[in-house]
Design a protein around this ligand. Structure first.
Ligand code: ADP
Ligand code: MG
Length: 254
């Protein structure tokens, strides 16, 4: 990959947490180059440093050493061109769905009126347009997570960071959300960094899967998923899909 095309570049990244008792090395050394519009999954066991890596790329956590850049600029604080989705949707319970989606506009100091059409477009795309005036407690967990995705996309960031966004959902809802996410990605062509510990989810979604070792993390393997797009759930029944799953499982078990 050339200097010109890397959208996200991580070099010699190290992260050590200081606790009162001692130091915890979360990331030993990570290097990654991600191209504009790529869908990347970061796969690894629990506690290996996936969230740490994503928070550093999102400018939400300082690094210990190394460099992280987005769009050629060093990341040191949250960036406007980055949207983040966490495992829990963390919506504001007293605000309507529409107002939750518009929240980043308010915190960025932009004019809300300019973004209302876009908010409705995103709600429409995620099947929530009839719920704009509801409050979060009136929506299911899967619907709330869709609101969180709309909220992450409202200011049109070109990089989307997702940290196990569907892991709290039941298996069927999760399948639906994965399909929905791919639809959104095909339509808007964002660069996505998607953290998961589900091998099948990573294979279904990704152009490439970065496999992280147990803590302290390094990227131990990069697997290119050469499956046709657009992808439907039926692809999970194909031998090719299951070969990727078996290959990744083998890598993780070693
Ligand atoms: P993952 O998301 O892969 O489950 P994390 O990035 O959350 O892993 O954590 C990686 C390692 O860093 C874990 O061993 C965890 O205990 C440690 N860690 C995470 N956050 C902190 C913190 N704020 N202080 C100290 N240690 C932390
Ligand atoms: Mg995590």
């Amino acid at each position: 990959m050339t200097e010109m095309t890397a959208h996200v570049r991580v070099e010699n990244l190290r992260k050590t947490y200081q606790t009162r008792q001692d130091e915890i090395e979360a990331i030993h050394e990570v290097k990654m180059d991600v191209a504009e519009g790529e869908f990347i999954s970061i796969l690894g066991p629990s506690g290996c440093g996936k969230s740490t890596l994503l928070m550093i790329v999102g400018g939400l956590l300082p690094l210990t050493s190394g460099t992280v850049s987005v769009g050629g600029e060093d990341v040191s604080k949250p960036r406007r061109d980055t949207g983040v989705v966490f495992q829990a949707p963390v919506l504001m319970p007293w605000r309507t769905i529409l107002k939750n989606v518009l929240f980043p506009i308010e915190s960025l100091g932009l004019r809300e009126e300019d973004y209302i059409d876009r908010a409705y477009e995103l709600l429409e795309m995620t099947g929530l347009s009839n719920f704009a005036q509801n409050v979060p407690s009136e929506l299911s967990g899967g619907m709330q997570q869709r609101v969180a995705i709309c909220r992450a996309l409202i200011h049109n960031p070109n990089l989307l960071l997702m940290d196990e966004p569907f892991s709290a959902l039941d298996a069927m809802t999760r399948d639906l959300m994965n399909q929905e996410l791919l639809r959104i990605w095909e339509e808007y062509k964002k660069t996505v960094l998607f953290v998961t510990h589900s091998i099948r989810e990573a294979v279904f979604l990704s152009d490439r899967v970065f496999v992280m070792s147990p803590r302290p993390a390094v990227i131990s393997e990069i697997v290119t998923i050469d499956l046709p797009r657009p992808r439907e759930l039926a692809i999970e029944e194909t031998p090719e899909f299951n070969q990727y799953v078996a290959h990744l499982r083998g890598l993780i078990e070693h």
